[in-house]
Design a protein around this ligand. Structure first.
Ligand code: SAM
Length: 160
């Protein structure tokens, strides 16, 4: 996959994802008890709204915000400009290389966009700090429960 490929209208996504994807992600954040020093990869960070929430959870840790879409990365840079514990990386999740191994891989509403799950999960496994005594985790939420029609109804309800 070409990492500079861009198919996303990142500004629009930044606006409309607040009512659905962002709300899902906030629930996923509650799956873990955070100790404040985790190293995290936000896998497919999009415009960075949830990366910001992750960064608040780990004031003594770090969040790598990774996405393969240049427009999303640009929007994420705008949204996350003031955060010192975030590093933004333009890369494909199947190939990304980070300076540090990670304690947690967080991914919200991304993996259904990826065809080869085996490749991505094998890569994720290599990136996790599995030898440490700290608990390592995959916090992964995939959009698989709603049909397009159901989603449309949800948007309509929220807008009325
Ligand atoms: C629906 S958005 C979700 C963004 C964010 N996680 C959220 O919950 O708002 C899906 C994101 O996954 C990214 N993505 C899809 N396939 C990817 C891949 N192979 N590598 C990196 N990012 C990918 C897209 O560029 C897009 O920004």
């Amino acid at each position: 996959m070409n990492e500079n490929r861009s198919g996303w209208d990142a500004w629009t996504y930044d606006e409309i994802s607040r009512i659905v994807q962002y709300q899902w992600g906030l629930q996923v954040l509650k799956w873990r008890e955070w100790n404040g020093k985790e190293i995290i990869m936000d896998a497919g960070c999009g415009s960075g709204l949830l990366t910001k929430r992750l960064a608040e959870k780990v004031p003594r840790g770090k969040v790598y915000a990774v996405d393969s879409d240049i427009n999303m990365i640009r929007q994420a840079k705008r949204n996350l400009a003031e955060l010192r514990n975030v590093e933004i990386v333009l890369a494909d999740l199947a190939k990304v290389k980070l300076d540090l191994e990670v304690d947690v891989i967080f991914s919200n509403a991304v993996l259904h966009w990826i065809h080869d799950h085996a490749q991505v999960f094998q890569h994720f496994w290599k990136m996790l700090k599995c030898n440490s005594l700290e608990k390592t985790e995959l916090l992964i939420h995939v959009e698989d429960t709603e049909t397009y029609e159901e989603r449309l109804q949800c948007y309509k309800k929220l807008q009325s």
